[in-house]
Design a protein around this ligand. Structure first.
Ligand code: FES
Length: 113
């Protein structure tokens, strides 16, 4: 089921996502309104997703992005599509992804109400 932007609560994630320390870490972690999420970028586009792996809870910020643009969990190496969260290695554990919207004052993340 898709979610339209009006059905989401939007929160400022960062004023300038390009100035985050991408040279130190490819996947960053943020806590906003008591929810911890990960943020990464791929080919100039930003992606937000759940902080802990849906399989057994490993911190996805410690994973990496493979050559196909999937996040790879650091523990059992299951892979997840950044754009839709699907478990592309077929184990059936889909990852939650969050909507992002670039506005004049920064990058916003949308949480379901
Ligand atoms: S905890 Fe991530 S694949 Fe098992």
């Amino acid at each position: 089921m898709s979610t339209t932007p009006k059905e989401l609560d939007w929160h400022l994630l960062t004023e300038d996502p390009k100035n985050l320390p991408w040279d130190q870490q490819a996947i960053l972690s943020f806590t906003i309104h008591e929810k911890t999420i990960c943020l990464t970028q791929q080919d100039g586009k930003f992606y937000a997703f759940q902080a802990l792996c849906p399989h057994a809870g490993a911190p996805l910020k410690d994973g990496y992005i493979d050559a196909k643009g999937n996040i790879v969990c650091p523990l059992h190496h299951y892979k997840f599509c950044l754009s839709n969260g699907r478990n592309c290695t077929g184990q059936g554990y889909d990852m939650r992804v969050y909507a992002l919207e670039m506005r004049a004052d920064g990058l916003y993340v949308g949480f379901r109400k």
